[in-house]
Ligand binder design. Structure first.
Ligand SMILES: Nc1ncnc2c1ncn2[C@@H]1O[C@H](COP(=O)(O)OP(=O)(O)OP(=O)(O)O)[C@@H](O)[C@H]1O
Ligand SMILES: [Mg+2]
Length: 288
């Protein structure tokens, strides 16, 4: 847990949340079942789970794109079900999705980033400052006059993040933002969101199926078949190798290797990074 995170500073308070869909055949299907959790201001949270486990449904509840069929979601004390708060919540919680091509609407990068604040009714001179700020923060200021179609996937996602940033949000929710990117694009996006979290204090909720990305979070939430299965620090979560494997999730390579070596009788501490594994293996190597 970061030092600056105050446990009483709750951003999202999710209480006994259910989301039940009506399927085409008229049956009902519960994609989220009795989820209760809190996300604090300033945290970097990763949500992991297998395909169809309910991650995107949960993400859409965070900025009232979906409303609970039972239970409540509150954002800084505002209930998402209270229509009075809808625009306030949408402004505070920005969303970034998987496909960058579906999110960029304008012909020029800076126009795209200006779109959100324009819709909020921000005066023109302030929009210019906000666009500059947002493009600067994501390292895309030099591309302001470019056509989004000319950019790489990672650059497009950074412009999409800038578009959200220009709305001055408290939190950005990203639903598998790196799934369609090459390794370089993935790294660009991960560096950008960590910087926004650390330097701007923006709360980040990252849905990912890459365990190397989840490891970099302060807190991990594991969803399976619409239920909350585990939550805790990356170490707390990734040390439960058997449970994760049962759910069908991968474990970061160092955590998996440490688990196997421990099973063979080596007394190792919990390792989730290569550095940690290297350090805890040192005494055994030096003995020889
Ligand atoms: N509009 C809908 N109507 C009926 N069922 C739906 C609807 N949207 C989602 N579902 C179902 O709800 C479940 C959870 O879907 P969701 O998209 O939240 O999963 P996910 O964890 O994001 O999956 P993925 O990893 O594939 O993105 C799935 O079984 C899905 O088929
Ligand atoms: Mg999804």
């Amino acid at each position: 847990m970061k030092e600056n995170i105050n446990q009483s500073d709750v951003l999202f308070d999710i209480s006994h949340l259910f989301h039940t869909f009506e399927t085409e055949t008229g049956e009902s299907f519960s994609a989220l079942k009795d989820i209760s959790l809190k996300i604090h201001k300033g945290e970097f949270v990763a949500i992991i789970g297998t395909n169809g486990s309910g991650k995107s449904t949960l993400a859409r509840h965070l900025n009232a794109l979906m409303l609970p069929t039972k239970g409540t979601v509150s954002v800084e004390g505002m209930l998402t079900s209270d229509m009075e708060y809808l625009w306030d919540i949408r402004q505070r919680v920005g969303m970034v999705f998987q496909n960058p091509d579906n999110q960029l609407v304008a012909a020029v990068v800076e126009e795209d980033v200006a779109f959100g604040p324009e819709n909020l009714g921000v005066p023109t001179e302030k929009i210019i400052t906000r666009v500059d700020y947002a493009l600067e923060r994501v390292g895309m200021i030099d591309y302001r006059k470019q056509a989004p179609s000319m950019l790489s996937g990672g650059q497009k996602q950074r412009v999409a993040i800038a578009g959200v940033l220009a709305m001055k949000p408290d939190c950005i929710v990203l639903d598998e933002p790196t799934a369609m990117l090459d390794p370089k694009g993935r790294q660009e996006v991960m560096e950008t969101i960590h910087e926004l979290n650390e330097k701007e204090g923006i709360t980040i909720v990252l849905i990912t199926h890459f365990m190397e990305e989840a490891v970099t979070a302060d807190h991990i939430i594991v969803i399976d078949k619409g239920t909350l299965q585990m939550e805790g620090s990356p170490k707390e979560v990734f040390s439960q190798v058997e449970k994760l494997t049962e759910i069908g999730l991968d474990v970061p390579i160092p955590a998996d290797l440490a688990y196997r070596l421990k099973k063979k009788g080596l007394s190792l501490s919990e390792c989730i990074s290569n550095e940690e594994l290297g350090k805890s293996l040192c005494p055994f190597v030096l003995k020889k």
